[in-house]
Design a protein around this ligand. Structure first.
Ligand SMILES: [Zn+2]
Length: 67
């Protein structure tokens, strides 16, 4: 099980997802300023760390997939 961190600086928010979450786009390499950056992270420990280290003000875990 991999994780995906979504960082959207336009709305100051970082959200951690599981890689199979319906909110995660098929192509996570697509980046843009408004939709943000999708970053695949292979293990849980590093995924949580990446969320903590995010410069975004709001650091959340997805309510749908509960990573
Ligand atoms: Zn999710």
């Amino acid at each position: 099980m991999a994780y995906v961190l979504h960082t959207a600086m336009a709305i100051d928010k970082a959200v951690l997802h599981r890689d199979r979450c319906i909110e995660v786009p098929e192509n996570v390499t697509v980046h843009d300023h408004w939709t943000g950056v999708w970053q695949e992270i292979p293990d849980k420990e590093r995924a949580y760390e990446a969320l903590e280290l995010s410069p975004a003000k709001y650091k959340l875990k997805c309510q749908l997939c509960k990573p």
